[in-house]
Design a protein around this ligand. Structure first.
Ligand SMILES: [Mn+2]
Length: 248
């Protein structure tokens, strides 16, 4: 697996980013096919956390892999949920792993009957890099930790960081690129504000799984799947059409 991937601009197509699909396969498919109408000249970048929480983790992974097989230019990176599942699979015994997946993370559909990660999903997740470098953007699941040395080698931070440590002290540190990330559920008006003020760090996770009451979130301001057009800087947000997260 490559730790990061450098990708050149497509010659003619558009470039979109989507984050934190979390098992919402219907919403994701609607975004790709009906809303964005992705073509084979476009690039679609996915910021991780494809699985868990929502109803259909395997459906999301199957769909991404099918798009790639069909020749669509879909590039994924790793989220903490993919990393956690692989780590739990390596570290736990079968009983614990089955419990972890079924009760805590809710992706039992990714497992075989004897509680192994199905080989096609494991192969897919293992290859996911930690970030993507475009000529004008960095794409990462959670962000880079600029409060420590060597933020571009701090791979755990890329999966987990939250808050202001992810904002670079100056744009020179990111070669005047813009960082786009997910991971931290952000209200839609905050996402829009970051985009409008051309903030160096753009959050894109509106918590599409959070459509029902939540102890910490105002769910009237979450529940959309967002896509950002990297060339026009336009935000596309659609309501989730999947069942909500069963657990949080
Ligand atoms: Mn995450």
């Amino acid at each position: 697996m490559a730790l990061f991937q450098k990708i050149d601009k497509p010659t003619s197509g558009r470039r979109f980013v989507i984050s934190d699909i979390h098992g919402c396969s219907k919403t994701f498919r609607k975004m790709v096919e009906d809303t964005l109408q992705i073509t084979k000249s476009d690039h679609l970048y996915l910021l991780g956390d494809y699985i868990d929480k929502g109803p259909d983790s395997s459906g999301v992974l199957d769909y991404i892999m099918a798009l790639q097989t069909d020749g669509f230019q879909v590039f994924g990176i790793r989220g903490n949920h993919e990393e956690n599942m692989m780590q739990a699979w390596q570290e736990y015994d079968t009983r614990m792993f089955r419990f972890f997946v079924a009760k805590l993370n809710k992706s039992p559909d990714l497992l075989t009957e004897d509680a192994q990660i199905k080989p096609q999903y494991l192969a897919f997740m293992k290859e996911l890099p930690y970030y993507i470098a475009l000529e004008d953007y960095y794409l990462v699941h959670a962000g880079f930790d600029f409060s420590k040395n060597e933020p571009f080698k701090n791979y755990q931070a890329m999966l987990h960081i939250r808050g202001p440590k992810g904002v670079p002290p100056d744009r020179g540190m990111i070669q005047n690129k813009t960082i786009v990330h997910g991971h931290e559920v952000t209200y839609l008006e905050d996402i829009v504000e970051h985009i409008n003020e051309r903030h160096p760090v753009i959050p894109l996770d509106n918590g599409c799984v959070y459509t029902k009451k939540h102890k910490r979130l105002d769910v009237t301001r979450t529940g959309k799947l967002c896509a950002l057009n990297l060339d026009t800087f336009g935000l596309i947000a659609i309501d989730s059409i999947d069942p909500p997260a069963k657990r949080r």
